[in-house]
Design a protein around this ligand. Structure first.
Ligand SMILES: [Zn+2]
Length: 626
């Protein structure tokens, strides 16, 4: 269950649980985070082409089947691999792969190697290509497709009628009774659909609703609801026999019990409480506290926000946090940025729209990390008329209960204060200052497709489902480019990524960050044990930007005799890394459409766009250590 549509995944899973009792078996094509959900209730076999996804769910049995090309240019899983490894018999086959841009239609040519099944479910059938597959399966198997709509998305079920009629009365009532309609089409133009409506109305007395069809520029018609699945199936059969253009039986799947926000709030209050302006989450690890603004109100905060906040703080250790959660918060209207005062974060601020809300998280416990420089930046911005919301919290201590040093529990824990403030401040999207080195240029040395990572597949749909779109405005910008953006706004004196200095405006000059950033700016730095340790480690951390920084030292004529101790770096230093000054344009997929033009225009004024032909794509330094 890969991309997007958390609500849809939730509905699909619910239907599966209605169709097949616990301990049933599922064969899924295309795995993902959702595999863990399936594995809670079923024995799962996952067919996956992308080795990055293998083993994500420890209890699923994975079949690694690389994609192979067919004669007609389409691609599908290697049948040689599948033939030997597929199970003989399963309850459900769930088709959610290969990814949509590769296409799933060749599934039809491989029906003969599929195990015996009771139910076949296709995901994403609101798309044109998946629709064609539905039609082909119907023609080949003679089974009537039943599609479920959910928030503009669809999934489609095939099975023998006898299996449906076996369902419990409650299941039939919840999923089908007074829900099933017949869908006809596609009709090209209103003239054709109107003729159909008047013909059928005269004959059967039905009324129709009209919808756009996934097949371009055509129309679909839906009847009113029939009283039961039995009735719908019988009439569908009649329509088919008399040659009417029946597409399928369609049902809205918004019928299963939806926990409404009020009941949900009772659950929230079991964990969360407020005393004065201190909000507390009673977590297993410790009482996590947040100093909220005086005007912030518990009652006016949607339960989804409390749930998401706990999720980003605790999901690495608690896998139950998404259970029984059916998000319903509507988006606010303003963008927000989790602002840290460092170079990347400041660059993100520079390119985001002017009305972006800035939220700073401050540790309220003693630690090596020093907020002095960040507060200096905040005061500077305030003197220029900007508003910055500071939220103090101890949430970075959660990790210390799991054998780690204090820090963010997950990558979006840096935005937890904005999640909790989202209703109070009318927030509809949240940006973070994640640069290229943490997104497409993994670890700063190896290219990866960021939208294919579990990270993006998990968070993007989850945030969106609670009305908070994620924005990664500078994920196409290297550290070099973010520095150039910050300089162009004259903020380089204030944006300090060094977290060690306690004197305002100063940096320690001895940490790994100072080594890279000071040398970029031509500021002094001092060789230290920390820098030596990092220089000796392979893969070299933040490799490409570090190599670029060393090149700058050489250009300035600095003494670099220390480099002789790292002969492999001497070789790498010869390469050209000037593309770090460019903007990796593919990253625009991480910016919601409404902000795209404005953000890209600002970035491209500083860094020229470069596309998939960037030398970074396919690049992998330090291959030998893997
Ligand atoms: Zn430093």
């Amino acid at each position: 269950m890969g991309f997007g549509g958390w609500a849809l995944q939730y509905k699909t899973l619910q239907l599966m649980r209605v169709l097949v009792s616990n301990n049933g078996s599922i064969l899924e094509f295309g795995s993902g985070e959702g595999t863990n959900e399936l594995a809670k209730y079923f024995t799962v076999t996952s067919v996956e082409h992308d080795f990055n996804w293998l083993g994500v769910c420890p209890s699923s049995k994975y079949i690694h089947a690389p994609l192979q090309s067919n004669e007609d240019g389409t691609q599908w899983y290697s049948t040689d691999v599948l033939k030997d490894k597929l199970p003989k018999e399963v309850d459900i086959i769930f088709v959610d792969g290969p990814p949509g841009f590769i296409g799933r239609e060749p599934f039809i040519d491989n029906l003969n190697i599929m195990p015996a099944y009771k139910f076949l479910i296709l995901d994403d059938t609101e798309r044109e290509s998946e629709r064609r597959l539905v039609e082909k399966i119907q023609n080949k198997t003679g089974l009537m497709p039943i599609s479920f709509k959910c928030n503009g998305r669809e999934f489609t079920l095939f099975c023998n009628q006898s299996e449906l009629l076996k369902l419990s009365p409650t299941a039939k009532k919840e999923w089908f009774q007074e829900r099933c309609r017949l869908r006809f089409g596609p009709f090209k133009g209103n003239e054709n659909s109107n003729r159909f409506i008047s013909d059928v109305h005269e004959d059967k007395g039905w009324m129709f609703n009209e919808y756009p069809s996934p097949v371009s520029e055509s129309i679909q018609l839906e009847t009113g609801a029939f009283s039961s699945i039995e009735e719908a199936l019988e009439i569908a059969q009649d329509c088919q026999n008399s040659g009417l253009p029946l597409i399928d039986i369609v049902s809205d799947s918004d019928l299963s019990p939806i926990i409404n926000a009020k009941d949900d709030m009772k659950e929230i209050r079991k964990k969360w409480s407020q005393k004065g302006n201190i909000l507390t989450l009673k977590a297993e690890e410790l009482d996590v506290n947040f100093e909220m603004p005086d005007e912030w109100e518990f009652e006016n905060t949607h339960p989804d926000l409390f749930r998401l906040a706990e999720f980003v703080l605790r999901h690495p250790w608690d896998k139950t946090l998404r259970d029984d959660w059916n998000p319903s918060r509507k988006p606010g209207s303003l963008p927000a940025l989790a602002f840290s005062g460092g170079v990347d974060s400041t660059a993100a601020m520079c390119v985001m729209p002017k009305n972006t809300i800035l939220g700073y998280h401050q540790r309220n416990f003693e630690s090596l990390l020093d907020h002095t420089n960040a507060i200096r930046m905040i005061e500077h911005l305030r003197s220029k008329g900007k508003t910055i919301h500071i939220t103090k919290s101890n949430h970075e201590l959660i990790r210390t209960f799991h054998g780690k040093s204090a820090g963010f529990s997950s990558d979006y824990a840096c935005a937890v204060h904005l999640i909790l403030l989202a209703d109070h401040l009318d927030i509809g999207s949240i940006a973070v200052g994640m640069p290229l080195e943490n997104s497409y240029l993994f670890g700063g040395y190896k290219y990866r497709s960021f939208t294919n990572t579990w990270f993006w597949k998990l968070y993007a749909p989850l945030f969106k489902s609670v009305g908070l779109q994620l924005i990664q405005p500078i994920s196409g910008c290297s550290e070099i480019l973010t520095m150039n953006i910050v300089r162009s706004e004259g903020l380089e004196e204030y944006a300090q990524s060094c977290l060690r200095s306690s004197s305002a405006g100063q940096v320690c000059g001895k940490c790994w960050k100072c080594f890279r950033k000071n040398s970029l700016l031509g500021l002094p730095w001092q060789m230290s044990n920390e820098i030596k340790t990092f220089l000796a480690k392979r893969p070299l951390k933040m490799a490409v930007s570090t190599l670029y920084s060393i090149q700058k030292m050489i250009e300035r004529g600095e003494n670099i005799d220390w480099l002789d101790e790292y002969p492999d770096l001497l070789e790498l230093i010869e390469k050209d890394y000037s593309w770090l000054e460019n903007h990796f344009k593919m990253s625009e997929e991480l910016i919601p459409r409404m902000y795209k033009d404005e953000i890209l225009e600002k970035i491209h004024a500083i860094g020229q766009p470069i596309g998939i032909d960037s030398p970074m794509v396919g690049m992998k330094l330090f291959e030998e250590v893997e």
